[in-house]
Design a protein around this ligand. Sequence first.
Ligand code: F6R
Length: 602
Amino acid sequence: MCGISGVVSFHPIGDRLYEGVRHLEYRGYDSCGVAYVQNHHIEVRKDVGTVDEVQSKANIRQLLAAVGIAHTRWATHGKVTKANAHPHLSCKADFAVVHNGIIANYKALRATLSKAGHTFCSETDTEIIAHLIEHTYAECGDVEVAFVEALTALEGSYALAMISVHDAERIFCARHESPLIIGVGSETNYVGSDFNAFIDYTKNTVILDDGEYGIVSKDSYSVKNLHSGEVVDKSITVVPWDSELSRKGGYPHYMLKEIHEQPLAVRNALNIGDDEIGALADMILEARRVHLLGVGTTYYVALLGQYLMAAVADMDLPAVSSDEFRHLDKSDGESLVIAISQSGETYDTLMSLRHAKERGAKTAAIVNVLGSSMARLVDRVILQGSGPEVCVVSTKAALTQMILLARIAIEVGTRRGSLSADLQREYTAALTALPGDIDNLLNEKSGLIRAAAYRHAHVPNWLFLGRGIYYPIALEAALKMKEVTYIHAEGMPGGFLKHGTLSLVDDKLYTLVFVPPGNGELHGMTMSSVEEVKARGGFVFGIAFEGVDDIFDERLVLPVTSDFTAPFLPLVAAQLLAYFTATALKRNVDKPRSLAKSVTVA
Ligand code: F6R
């Protein structure tokens, strides 16, 4: 949700500032800008458009300055206009600010500052920060004091970076409920809203906590407590990701690259120590009540976890969408709340964790980003090790989270005695074989799926049906289709269809059905949903396994591996279907319209 990059160096910063903000574009890309100090003035170059579009007009790369900040925006307050693009300047252009988050009291502050003679050029909440610092500076004459005083007046959330003509060789930065990190390099230091801002240049980072601010110069940095002013002794965290991993590596889109990285991501999840899985299993078994939280894709992951825990561990761990959790939360000292999040920064999930914590609950999280807010907030974290996920649309992170939940369910089931030793071995072996199964699917079925996607790219409405554990798979597959193609796809339990939605079915509505392998009850019930749609003239595309009767209008047949891991294979097929449909429609695959990777606002 917006990206911040800052560079201060012995050398010209243009290239690094541009690369930093370009690698953050997945966080928002409707407008972009830079501010830098040159000849005792702050210059701003900004415009609407992607980083490359703005670069072609503003030539950021050629900047000769030694200190600068940059921003790529995902609009929250104010339309997508050049005036609303960051950085924002104070009246005298002595201070420039870039900001992620939302300043809740900006209207009141703006009114006060207007009365004091400040004039505003944008509709944003951010602009008031630059004016507020200038206003305070006029009284105290000290940039650091003015910065700190301005921050203490802000309510809401922020990650921000500031430069000033009055302290022209340093970047001031701070965070409150929105991530901000410092990159420690050689002869150059950095500020970023995440590692991608500088991972090409350094892996050494200092992660700011809420209530801290940083002052970064070309050869040093310091972090202080906002309220006491005391220096905080921060350790350096070394980012375990390679910059190569964050790049496209020959694939046309990150989404396809990340779909193809799933065998590796699953292997990494299987290599996470048994002790870590066991420790979370202990917490689950000790709690009287456990909730699984996520939002968007991660809610569907949590829901799949609920099905796994019921089937494998004979336990009910309700999944709740974290944007609604606060309205339902009755947790107490005997509760455990487990959050699932790729970024570890999602506002709804983070706030839910805080809410539960305030009520005395224990908390845990499965997250992908080291040092993220959730990773540091909870009592126990499992770092899923999926590597950077750059495409806005989550694929490998989500699948990996599902695999970790499967491992946790096996562990809990084994400890409770609800899972026999034989089944425990069978399920573990199936998980071990899964990366190979996914590899085979990617190698053998991609062509068929691509052809199907191009054939059906004109279909405007889809129903995605699944029963049992295939229901969260259907929901997640429908979300993939919607977000990356802009085609309407509605995920639904097969049994729910006849309670209303069936009236939509005619020869124009297409239905994708996730059919479980075998001839068991779930399979039979799913096939009756297929019959219901066919009887109304609906077109049915089945993603099924070998040995299933061919009653579909079209089908994709997958090899049967194990009933336990079978649901993950149609999910991968559905990811590819969404991807190829999006390419057939020439969509902006890695950055679908209106979406941002990490949603850090309410
Ligand atoms: C969909 C998608 C989103 C995220 C959701 C939570 O493909 O990526 O629905 O799953 O915004 O994000 P994280 O996992 O970062 O908490």
